[in-house]
Design a binder for this molecule. Structure first.
Ligand code: URA
Length: 485
């Protein structure tokens, strides 16, 4: 009998090294006892001669799908995970299609573990609540959060928080490890962490926010309880409101009916959809742009998401040469979920087509991904996003550029220019000359097509339209002359 002692919680690479040595030594799964250090046993017990009666495989079979499955399953807290994975690896040497046999007991066991791990990871993404604490680095805000996962998912899920909250320093402490980001380095530890103390005004903000988005007419208590189990409530400041809000839901529905139905808060629906188990972990299989689109669909970085119908993400090939950035979706785009398809989109399309550019070959996006408007009667009137809203959304635009790597970026108007450069300048000052960006990319600036539509003077309108079309022709000419990046 061999005893393998793994450090800490038993990470994937340590298990993999031990499993490889066991396999080379032809040690059958039933001959191995897996344990975590501190439980006694012989750390070096895995090295030795092949077991009598067993022959070492000449070439190890380790399919990529097994590695992916093992990396997820090993995060489960099931004490049998190490032996289960080794048994599957052992069997794979002779049963190459084993992982496709979903009725097999070992395979269905590992599938169950992976599902639980993904679910736990999803819950962590949805239910971590940061509290602001005193900054240690000038100019950077610092946040801490306490979360109680069921499995060892902190390191696995930390990348999500690094991508989402890159501008702030944060620490997520859990009894199953911790993760910390300081703007440069993501550190993870599997040591149990201590719970950060205290409550701050962010908690009150969460409660106000939740009370506002709570729609009593749409509350499905069973679904809510299954997707947001009570065990998470104690670490979520807004959860203290839930019992009262649910208890008062019936009366509030009656009051709402008496007042006539108002529009359901769009964000609440999306939150519910997330709770229904949209598993962002699965998004890791998607191409980067699709994955970004999916992440953006749940963006709550600024309050605009509360009233918009949906995130309107960019559209076009992920290797487009030219990337156009507008301001924000309009009424039509907000309802359809696609950029530049309303009246401004028509002007844009005509100019692009007139310049000999194929719209399906360019990428079109906006500086701000949610529609900002003011309601006047039944109409929703466009409002310009402010600098804070643009700043919140810059992250998405930068990511789109990073993935697509266009040679030319075109700013349609001052908001797009602000998003792309961080500078607030009148368009007339920056229009007409290509501006070098990072990585030999060129930025061209022109007016926003909606600004042309709003011009009251017909003569001015015609001249602005001609100038806009001419700018778009310059874009095509530049595209023809610029070398590939
Ligand atoms: N205006 C924009 O800036 N973007 C759109 O998608 C539509 C109108």
């Amino acid at each position: 009998m061999r005893t393998v002692s793994l450090e800490g919680q038993g990470g994937f690479s340590e298990w993999r090294d031990a499993a490889r040595r066991l396999l080379v030594d032809a040690v059958a799964p039933e001959q191995v006892r897996w344990q975590l250090s501190g439980q006694g046993g012989d750390l070096f017990g895995v090295v030795g001669e092949p077991e009598p009666g067993q022959t070492a495989p000449s070439e190890l079979v380790v399919p990529k799908s097994f590695i992916e499955a093992a990396e997820a399953a090993i995060c489960h807290s099931d004490p049998d995970r190490f032996s289960l994975l080794y048994r599957i690896l052992w069997r794979l040497q002779s049963e190459r299609s084993l992982l496709q046999v979903t009725s097999d007991a070992d395979v269905s066991h590992v599938v169950r573990l992976i599902k639980n791990v993904r679910r736990d990871s999803h819950k962590m993404k949805a239910f971590v609540r940061f509290r602001e604490v005193e900054a240690v680095q000038a100019g950077r805000r610092r946040f801490v959060a306490w979360f109680e996962p069921e499995h060892f998912i902190v390191a696995r899920t930390a990348g999500f928080f690094q991508r989402r909250f890159t501008d702030m320093d944060w620490l997520i402490a859990t009894p199953k490890g911790s993760a910390a980001w300081n703007g440069q380095e993501l550190k993870t530890s599997c040591e149990p962490a201590a719970r950060p103390e205290g409550e701050d005004e962010t908690d009150e903000l969460w409660r106000t926010y939740f009370a506002n988005i709570f729609n009593p007419a749409r509350v499905k208590i069973r679904a809510m309880q299954s997707e947001m189990p009570k065990k998470y409530w104690k670490n979520m400041p807004e959860a203290s409101l839930i019992p009262d809000l649910i208890a008062g839901a019936e009366q509030r529905v009656a009051e709402m009916a008496a007042r006539q139905a108002s529009q359901p808060p769009a964000f609440h629906e999306r939150l519910q959809a997330q709770w229904r188990g949209r598993d962002e972990e699965e998004a890791s299989d998607l191409p980067p742009l699709e994955r970004l689109r999916q992440e953006a669909s749940a963006c709550t970085l600024c309050p605009l998401h509360c009233h918009a119908t949906q995130t309107v993400f960019g559209e076009g090939p992920d290797d487009a040469d030219i990337l156009f950035v507008g301001e924000q979706p309009g009424d039509t785009e907000d309802l359809a979920g696609r950029p530049f398809i309303g009246p401004a989109g028509k002007i844009f399309d005509e100019a692009v087509e007139g310049a000999g550019i194929d719209r399906t070959q360019v990428y079109v996006t906006n500086a701000v991904k949610h529609f900002k408007y003011e309601r006047r009667g039944k109409r929703r009137i466009h409002m310009r996003p402010d600098a804070g809203e643009v700043a919140h959304c810059r992250w998405w635009v930068a990511k789109e550029i990073e993935i697509i790597q266009p040679r030319i970026v075109v700013a349609l108007g001052a908001t797009a220019y602000l998003s792309l450069t961080g500078e607030s300048r009148p368009i007339a000052e920056v229009r007409g000359m290509p501006i070098p960006m990072q990585e030999s990319r060129m930025l061209l600036v022109t007016t926003h097509p909606a600004a042309i539509l709003r011009m009251p003077d017909e003569d001015l309108k015609a001249r602005s339209l001609a100038a806009f079309r001419s700018d778009i022709q310059d874009v095509r000419r530049l595209a023809e002359t610029l070398p590939a990046l």
